[in-house]
Design a protein around this ligand. Structure first.
Ligand code: GLU
Length: 285
């Protein structure tokens, strides 16, 4: 049984790029007689707004999608992320990092990884006593994965993408990734991995901008003993000038298009998924 999900962050209104992604995930499930789920990725409480989550649900319903209830909201599941962190901690794979962005920039010469500069490991060698003292003094800290120790623990890994085929997992390219941020007790990589397993997702669909993130998720699946889904990374929809849609393009939000009188069928076509939607629904085309 194919189970897919669409997992937007409620930091703004949905635009045509999101519509493409949601229709893609829905279509992959429907064509296979599978299930389509929704997840609101609201771990970043400073940027996410409940009203955006409400308008996401309204936009998707207007577009003609339906999804299994209940919707999973990440902000309801901090305990799940904490439990995963505790397992990694118990395995000796996490360490607290007290660095600011400035500390990392000033350390200089960090190679660039898929998420930005690779952390130069400043806090990795701190002694247990030093860590304890800093934590006790109230300095904010993130939790990082000791990438070398983690990859040694699980050995070589690979994962499958429907277009790219079998891919060798290269989480090492990211260096010691943050798994719990200073401002929120999880991170994108950890929450997505835990949630995809918790929701029983068998086919992860998302934009190709997140292709490399799958390397980290594959490693976390191995470390946490979670099932390994298949993947389908889709192209990113671009506007007439070839630019990716972004939250700043207010004119092409689904809400703006709807208010300007566009029909759901027209918006599905604009999102490049009109036919895919019809096929997924089993309607005549
Ligand atoms: N929440 C992510 C986003 O809005 C998508 C996460 C995913 O599909 O893995 O870009």
């Amino acid at each position: 049984m194919i189970v897919t999900r669409f997992a937007p962050s409620p930091t703004g209104e949905l635009h045509l790029g999101h519509a493409h992604s949601a229709l893609f995930a829905h279509g992959e499930a429907m064509r296979a007689g599978g299930r389509f789920l929704l997840r609101i990725e609201d771990i970043d409480q400073s940027r996410c707004r409940p009203e955006f989550a409400d308008s996401i649900l309204a936009d998707l319903a207007w577009l003609g999608l339906d999804w299994e209830k209940p919707v999973r909201r990440q902000s309801d599941h901090f305990d799940d992320y904490r439990a995963a962190l505790e397992r990694l901690e118990a395995a000796g794979l996490l360490y607290p990092c007290f660095c600011t962005r400035k500390d990392i920039v000033q350390a200089g010469n960090a190679p660039h990884g898929p998420d930005g500069p690779v952390y130069p490991g400043i806090c990795r060698p701190l002694s247990a006593a030093e860590r304890h003292d800093r934590i006790q003094s109230g300095i904010a800290y993130a939790l990082r994965l000791d990438m070398t120790a983690a990859t040694e623990r699980v050995g070589a890994l690979n994962w499958h993408d429907r277009a790219a085929g079998w891919v060798e997992a290269r989480p090492d390219l990211f260096g010691d990734v943050v798994l719990a941020r200073k401002d929120t007790p999880t991170s994108y990589h950890l929450a997505v991995t835990v949630d995809d397993a918790a929701q029983g997702v068998t086919l992860v669909t998302r934009g190709e901008d997140l292709f490399a993130a799958t390397h980290v998720h594959r490693l976390l699946q191995a470390l946490l003993g979670l099932p390994v889904p298949d993947h389908a990374h889709h192209r990113l929809l671009t506007d007439a000038e070839g630019r990716r849609y972004a939250k700043r393009d207010r004119s092409l939000t689904l809400r703006a298009l709807r208010e300007a009188g566009a029909s759901p069928a027209r918006v599905r076509d604009m999102a490049g998924m009109g036919e895919a939607f019809r096929l997924g629904r089993g309607d005549a085309i």
